[in-house]
Design a protein around this ligand. Sequence first.
Ligand code: GNR
Ligand code: NI
Length: 168
Amino acid sequence: MLSILQYPDPRLFRKAETVLEVTNQVREIVLHMAETMYKSAGIGLAATQVNIQKRIVVIDISEAKNNLLVLINPKIIWNSNKSKTFQEGCLSIPGIYEKVTRPESIFCKALDNNGHEYEFNAEGILSVCVQHEIDHLEGTVFLDHLSKLKRNRIENKLKKIATHSSLS
Ligand code: GNR
Ligand code: NI
């Protein structure tokens, strides 16, 4: 299992590199990321979160956790004008859950584990998750979508938690 960077680790703010070829090394990263996502009970994970600066995302929103989606170099090629608000959390910001407004539906393309391009429509939680993960690849987190006031409140709360923690 890979360790997950915790906010505000500066490595979370780096922009990930495009994957030039889906090699065995990339597939190995995907495998380790999936294992890490399942063990952490997340519905998605971006390579940035495990300190790998490549455009690789894994998602599984299924109840049975048996429908792994692999998105390499994912790109949103269309989004709806209509927005929707959803309560989000992040494995890199544990304990913080906030409402974020994003386009309701998106049309995306990505490469699969074999390097083949595919396209898909997403709405609901899948749309939220894909957008949340692509944000990570761009070096942003869901807190960047909140008002300054809300964000400041959360940063102060996280600083307090860090003060009490024996790890810092
Ligand atoms: O596990 C996760 N749940 C979640 C809930 C609402 C909106 C987005 C997410 S993604 C998150 C895992 C994670 O941090 N992925 O980057
Ligand atoms: Ni996240």
